[in-house]
Write a protein that binds this ligand. Structure first.
Ligand SMILES: *Cc1c(COP(=O)(O)O)cnc(C)c1O
Length: 369
């Protein structure tokens, strides 16, 4: 339902592009006519100006601080979203077409990522949870890993199915490449455990148009020398994320989101505690509903970011979405491949939004159960 007549902000449960912290939006608004001391907005200045140098440097520094990125790794901002990373990863990290890359498929995004590998080398699907409609992550002994693989790709949080890795697999020294588009910044991580991680910003880190890549410098150097220049991590790195005109507005917003995490939330440990309590509130209602709400993901692998469930019939699901929208909670319809309901509760979803949804869910179950 469009909410074009709504004048106040709703609780927006969109999976992405998704809700942003209010204070970030307010700062963007306040600086839209003129960045302090600049006299123009971020949209109007050269990406080579000293004013933008400061914005880019601040964003890189804040991402580095928030994720605690070690010296072995570097932070890049690239355009093209997750889709371009699906190409850049095999293009750079498979250096010889006889090599194999392992992909662990726990949902729709992981399956899509694997679809580009054949252009560069061999694909080994180390696990595919399609048979259970992607409701879990594999245990270590279910993985069919290739020894000496170029890398192992996984999607740490499957946004559509609401399935999340809560522990990384053991890949026996093979670099892990993780799509963290929908769960970057949701909890502290050990960056050294990853060869490369990436996240398009529009879920949990800002706006569409910029993708955060954090990669081991050793892998940047591995970049195959012969490839279209724009695809080369080494070229983006050498250009300091300004190989060409970057998504300057997106980089600015990611900097503001990181500042919010640092100054208002107090870091990722605090963020993780808030996220766990928000997710628990919703899963507790699902589990306590005597089967009225049916969760999609297996409990041990449930996502703290995307909560997926359904009711007995698609008609009830549709009524839920419409009634919730009326009550000021938008975009709760699940992805068509899973059906039902998806409540995306990224970092920026306030606790009050989740409280409002849990109250609505209890009421809806009482009236329709
Ligand atoms: C949203 C999302 C993407 C999006 O990729 P784009 O190419 O930026 O549209 C990729 N991976 C995951 C896990 C996502 O949630």
């Amino acid at each position: 339902m469009p909410t074009s007549t709504t004048e106040s902000r709703v609780f927006n449960f969109s999976a992405g592009p998704a809700t942003l912290p209010l204070s970030v939006l307010e700062q963007i608004q306040a600086e839209m006519l003129s960045l302090p001391g600049v006299g123009s907005s971020v949209l109007e200045i050269s990406h080579r100006s000293k004013d933008f140098d400061a914005i880019l440097e601040d964003a890189v520094t804040r991402v580095t601080q928030v994720l605690n990125v070690p010296d072995t790794h570097e932070v890049l901002f690239i355009q093209g979203g997750g889709a371009l990373q699906n190409i850049m990863i095999p293009a750079n990290l498979i250096t010889d077409s006889a090599q194999t890359a392992d992909y662990i498929q726990t949902g729709s995004w992981g399956k899509k990522s694997a679809g580009e590998v054949h252009n560069y080398g061999n694909l080994n699907v180390a696990y595919d949870a399609a048979e259970s409609n992607y409701d879990h992550v594999p245990s270590q002994d279910q993985l069919k890993l290739t020894s000496g693989a170029a890398y192992v790709h996984l999607t740490s949080n499957e946004t559509i199915q609401g399935v999340q890795f809560h522990k990384l697999p053991d890949t026996n020294g093979v670099p892990i490449v993780a799509d963290k588009s929908s769960d970057i910044f949701c909890e502290p991580i050990n960056v050294a455990d990853y060869g490369l991680l990436y996240a398009c910003a529009q879920k949990n880190a800002g706006v569409a148009g910029v993708t955060i890549v954090v990669m081991a410098k050793e892998l940047t150097e591995r970049s195959a020398p012969k490839m279209p220049s724009y695809l080369s991590y080494a070229k983006h790195s050498a250009g300091g994320s300004r190989f060409n005109t970057p998504c300057s507005f997106g980089i600015y917003v990611t900097g503001l989101v990181c500042k919010w995490l640092q100054e208002e939330i107090g870091g990722l440990e605090k963020m993780a505690a808030i996220n766990e309590s928000k997710a628990k509130m919703l899963y507790d209602v699902v589990d306590g509903s005597n089967g009225f709400y049916i969760g999609h993901a297996q409990p041990a692998d449930r996502s703290t970011m995307n909560v997926t469930f359904k009711m007995a019939t698609p008609e009830l699901d549709a009524k839920f979405v419409a009634d919730a929208d009326e009550a000021g909670m938008s975009t709760l319809k699940g992805h068509r491949s899973v059906g039902g309901i998806r409540a995306s509760i990224y970092n920026a979803m306030p606790v009050e939004g989740v409280e409002s949804l849990t109250a609505f869910m209890k009421d809806f179950a009482a009236k329709n159960g």
